[in-house]
Design a protein around this ligand. Structure first.
Ligand SMILES: [Mg+2]
Length: 478
């Protein structure tokens, strides 16, 4: 009990699994995995490589100015989950209520003053995302960056915007966006497969935990499957490197080039078998055999052939939309999100500096809530100072200096956070976190109070009387 108390105090564990919804592993018989950034984790070298290649491609093939070449990759510039205004060329962080967080709008590599932002969005911080962007964050006016290429892609957009602006060159940000995304979609994937398979050690982070997870699940009688958008030869080389020659024996079904998210919605694309050379076969698929490789297909067919339905299936993926959204909303499998950013973010939350910042932020909020009834000029002056301090007390800089935490704006959850809660039952930094739990473990989400169930800020502070003269009371509190 004592050791439980010790571990349950305020220190967060970066290798824990966090629950949005109750999940009992006891009930899970079948474990499914995405491949890239789920089974295979890649080093930061890959981001630099993607950036350099895309930048040079932009110059060589799209004839962009040579000057862009002098911009090296900025590793900590962008963060996952940000929105990009395609027409205005602005990168920004948006909260769960579709409001832009002040101080987090970047044009090129420079922040845009808040007054200007408000001017650009019709006198408000609110962005009508349901008009400007699809449910899965894809345009036409706004794009949310969620996938593998996002960090280098956002950085390249910022860099190119920066070059045009600082050299006073007229351009249309829409063309820039289209060109950069074309490079990502069409060309970079092929390059990426090549680089990684040529130097597995440089790009793939340790595969030992992946092997350990798969081995543990299989040894306890669980069924495993893989659904990836990547091609077989690429996955095969990576898996041989991480897990061993016999990796296919771990899986009851292997689907490559699945074309997620369409895999989850399309009802027509049949599965095709690949032979051991990776050549497509033409036989009709009436069952998914262990050890065989299948291409494409769709989830409806997958469910029919396997009978793996409902909450006995838990699927892990890193992409909230392509991997998890449809499973959660339509198909009822349990979902696990891989969020590697948790390692850094929990580290920050564990610092004393963060704890002090947060305590002060809450104290100030409580004071503001309690003291706002004092309308005399002297009190109002103090209140104004507190409000200013409350905005500055925020611990944003401890995370990404430009955009802060991927989970929170100053006072709200982010848009990313809300989607994470909606589309994943559990979330964790990597699948190796599974090694910290036995396979009968139940993840219980914390019961956090709803707004009407929680005490008011002022009651949290103290239950003093509201009639005490303001400054006197202040003296007491200070
Ligand atoms: Mg992935």
């Amino acid at each position: 009990f004592q050791s439980y108390q010790k571990s349950s105090c305020s220190i967060l564990n970066p290798s824990a699994i966090y629950a949005n919804n109750e999940v009992s592993l006891e009930e899970v018989d079948i474990y499914g995995f995405d491949y890239d950034y789920t089974l295979a984790l890649y080093s930061n070298n890959l981001d630099t490589m993607i950036y350099d290649t895309a930048r040079d491609f932009l110059i060589e093939h799209f004839k962009y100015p040579e000057g862009i070449h002098k911009y090296d990759y900025v590793p900590n510039f962008a963060a996952r989950g940000l929105h990009y205004d395609i027409q205005k060329g602005l990168l920004m962080k948006i909260d769960a209520f579709h409001y832009i967080e002040p101080g987090t709008v970047y044009r090129g590599l420079k922040p845009v003053p808040d007054e200007e932002v408000v001017g650009l969005y019709g006198g408000t911080h609110h962005v009508p995302l349901n008009q400007d962007s699809g449910f899965y964050g894809k345009g036409p006016k706004m794009k949310q960056f969620m996938d593998v290429f996002s960090l280098p892609e956002m950085t390249l957009l910022a860099v190119a915007n920066d070059y045009f602006i600082s050299n006073d060159i007229e351009y249309d940000p829409v063309h820039l966006y289209k060109d950069v995304s074309a490079i990502g979609m069409v060309h970079l994937k092929g390059f990426m497969y090549k680089w990684i398979t040529q130097d597995l050690e440089k790009f793939i982070l340790s595969g030992e935990p992946t092997r350990a997870v798969l081995q543990r699940l299989v040894s306890q009688g669980k069924k495993l499957f893989l659904i990836t958008n990547s091609p077989f030869s690429f996955v095969d080389k990576g898996m041989v490197y991480m897990v061993g020659q016999n990796w296919r024996e771990f899986f009851d079904a292997i689907i490559v080039q699945a074309d997620k998210p369409h895999f989850f919605n399309d009802c027509f694309k049949p599965f095709r078998r690949l032979d051991s050379n990776g050549d497509l076969q033409w036989d009709k698929i009436n069952s998914l055999e262990k050890g065989q490789i299948y291409k494409q297909g769709n989830l409806f067919e997958f469910l029919r052939l396997t009978g793996w339905r409902g909450s006995k299936v838990l699927y892990f993926g890193d992409h909230l939309y392509s991997d998890l959204a449809d499973l959660m909303l339509r198909h009822g499998w349990r979902t696990g999100a891989i969020v590697p950013e948790l390692i850094h973010e929990t580290k920050v939350v564990n610092t004393k500096q963060y704890a002090l910042g947060l305590t002060w932020l809450q104290a100030l909020t409580g004071l503001l809530e309690r003291m706002q009834i004092h309308r005399d000029p002297e009190s109002q002056k103090v209140l104004q100072e507190w409000m200013k301090e409350r905005e500055e007390a925020v611990t944003k800089n401890l995370f990404n200096p430009q955009f802060g935490s991927i989970f929170r704006t100053s006072h709200n959850p982010t848009y990313f956070s809300r989607r994470l809660c909606r589309f994943s039952d559990v979330y964790m930094a990597s699948i190796s976190c599974l090694l910290n739990y036995d396979l009968s473990y139940t993840f219980y989400p914390r019961r956090t109070p709803l707004q009407h169930e929680a005490p008011l800020w002022m009651d949290q502070l103290c239950t003093g009387c509201m009639k005490t003269p303001f400054l006197e009371e202040m003296a007491l509190i200070r």
